[in-house]
Design a binder for this molecule. Structure first.
Ligand code: ADP
Ligand code: 5GP
Length: 194
């Protein structure tokens, strides 16, 4: 697989769901933990879901050159800490970034050999159903995210590949194919068979 993969797609399309299934099946992949000024959602753990920073602390990191890329999304700042990405690439680990469009564009310039994948919903109505059904965002946040989704969906042509997340199992299989991962190479309990 490409050493650095970027996954982008509108909020609520199912990126987080697909990525967590992928990581369960392919333990060698290292997922970058981003920093954000967004407030934690219920169940999100600092240092695991994100590094939750104040705007001031985030901006300090920007000035110190600590981010590989960063962008504002729906009123909050998000960025990829640079050093851990470089360290994992140096160790030969495949690295995955799950970031929005502006960040993907920045990484395209710094890592032109990286693989950039866009995930889209079967329809805009389904995207809206998913983002509302997730139940994590206020009406105001949902409307900002849906506005941004229209911009992101218009940019799918910039990406190396586009994946429609309709049926989750089919999408996961397609994701493995696009990332050139062996579908049999799974982490998990041994089957007991020789
Ligand atoms: P993102 O990380 O892109 O913002 P999430 O992974 O949080 O999106 O998914 C948004 C919602 O859509 C969640 O409630 C999730 O369970 C649901 N979802 C994800 N993939 C699918 C799918 N293929 N079919 C139906 N619902 C899905
Ligand atoms: P959420 O608030 O739903 O977790 O994320 C909102 C958006 O920010 C998503 O599109 C997600 O991919 C993106 N995002 C998460 N981390 C980063 C990051 O480090 N950089 C950039 N540019 N976008 C990010």
């Amino acid at each position: 697989m490409a050493r650095l993969t970027v996954i982008t797609g509108p909020s609520g399309v199912g990126k987080g769901t697909l990525v967590s299934r992928l990581l369960e099946r392919h333990g060698q992949i290292w997922l970058s933990v981003s920093a954000t000024t967004r407030a934690p959602r219920a169940g999100e753990v600092d240092g695991e879901s994100y590094f939750f920073l104040s705007r001031e602390a985030f901006e300090r990191q920007v000035r110190a050159g600590g981010f590989l890329e960063w962008a504002e999304f729906a009123g909050n700042l998000y960025g990829t800490p640079r050093r851990p990405v470089e360290q994992h690439l140096e160790q030969g680990r495949p690295v995955l970034l799950e970031i929005e469009l502006e960040g993907a564009r920045q990484v395209r310039r710094t890592f032109p050999a990286g693989f950039q994948l866009f995930i889209k919903p079967p329809s805009f109505a389904e995207l809206e159903r998913r983002i509302r059904g997730r139940g994590t965002d206020s009406d105001g946040a949902i409307s900002k995210r849906l506005d941004r989704a229209r911009v992101e969906l218009a940019a799918e042509g910039e990406f190396d590949a586009v994946l429609v997340n309709g049926d989750l199992q089919l999408a996961l299989a397609e994701l493995e194919r696009l990332m050139q991962l062996d579908a049999r190479q799974q982490k998990g309990p041994p089957s007991g068979r020789p």
